[in-house]
Design a protein around this ligand. Structure first.
Ligand code: PEP
Ligand code: MN
Length: 348
């Protein structure tokens, strides 16, 4: 590990860094006569970076060496692939999650599930618990929504991706979910991250809409360090200055995360766009930047829904998104892992 110290430190300030190195059983050596660059060798641990960054005399960590954090790719490290039902994210596989924003009626949820399954999606999305900005907005159908999801899973065979808002509800949501969704508003909720980290179930971690990429990967680190390796990162747009789109899809962020972490990265073009007509082009941009899949809001009649109607796309538009994904995955030597209508017929 290579650390850059601040210039003109007092002897005591340098000693604090050396003291920490001793505590962590690392040997320390200054590489320059000005005692600005300090090389540490020894048994590397993921917690070393933050321990040194917390010291006021440290300017920056230039190289992590063996003290890599759990999300980091590191030299030669292959992609982690996350399986959710029949879907596969990462490691050359691209998969699709689609469905309504919120779970409302059983009949509508089943209809949408069948529509997206027929077009190749292997996971159904839909929130039973909704993280609304206003406490007066529709908060979801809650336990009733979870029951609907369980019934739809049995009917369709689709894997269920649904949001958990509260550490106390991880167990109940886990009964209905094949993958936990941690929403943008909860990316900084460490107790919730730790609680889903204690399960072995895949977690879809959405980026906070005001979170830096460093904050995003550190949120993933909470889940990984609690023992759950099945984390998929989701870029869903960050807050911008122009209300034309709801958020700004950080395409560079997707490319950066693919390069610097071994975790699968997917894109949510629906919450980035906030309007149905921009969902398909943003989906294409995400895939072009290397995304391992998409999570898309689909509804046949957006005017009837209680949340995010403006950004839902029709099943016919979703079919076009699937065709794009199939072609784009193939372009980079990857594969869209999807359901085939023939194979699914028996379970309809
Ligand atoms: C959602 O997926 O419906 C949702 C609330 O997304 P986000 O947390 O990204 O706002
Ligand atoms: Mn939504």
């Amino acid at each position: 590990m290579l650390i850059r110290l601040k210039k003109k430190l007092a002897a005591g300030e340098i000693e604090a860094v050396l003291e920490l190195a001793r505590e962590l059983s690392l040997s320390a050596r200054f590489v320059d006569p000005d005692r600005e660059y300090l090389e540490l060798t020894g048994p590397g641990r993921p917690e070393h970076r933050s321990r040194f960054e917390d010291l006021s005399s440290v300017h920056s960590i230039l190289d992590m060496g063996a003290s890599r954090e759990l999300h980091e790719r590191g030299p030669g490290r292959a992609d982690t692939q996350v399986a959710v039902g029949a879907a596969r994210f990462g490691g050359g596989s691209v998969s699709m999650i689609a469905g309504p924003c919120a779970i409302e009626s059983f009949e509508r949820t089943l209809e949408i599930a069948r529509a997206v399954r027929e077009r190749g999606a292997l996971c159904l999305r839909g929130g039973a618990f909704k993280p609304r900005t206003s406490p007066y907005s529709f908060q979801g159908t809650r336990m009733k929504g979870l029951e609907i999801l369980e019934r739809v899973r049995v009917e369709t065979g689709l894997a269920i991706v649904t949001e958990v808002l509260d550490p106390r509800e991880v167990e109940a949501v886990g009964d209905a979910a094949d993958m936990f969704q941690i929403g943008s508003r909860n990316m900084f909720n460490a107790p919730l991250l730790i609680e889903v980290g204690r399960t072995k179930k895949p977690v879809l971690l959405k980026r906070g809409f005001m979170a830096t990429l460093r904050e995003f990967v550190l949120a993933a680190e909470y889940i990984l360090s609690a023992g759950n390796t099945q984390v998929v990162l989701c870029e869903r747009g960050v807050r911008g200055f122009d209300a034309t789109s709801r958020n700004l899809l950080d395409v560079a962020g997707v490319a950066f995360l693919k390069r610097n972490t071994h975790l699968p990265v997917i894109v949510d073009p629906s919450h980035a766009a906030g309007r149905g007509d921009l969902v398909r082009p943003l989906a294409r941009a995400g895939l072009a930047a290397g995304a391992d899949g998409l999570i898309v809001e689909v509804h046949p009649n957006p005017s009837e829904v209680h949340s995010d109607g403006n950004q839902a796309i029709s099943p016919a538009e979703f079919e076009r998104v699937m065709a794009d994904a199939r072609a784009m995955a193939q372009l980079d030597g990857r594969k869209l892992v999807e359901g085939t209508p023939q194979a699914m017929k028996g379970s309809a």
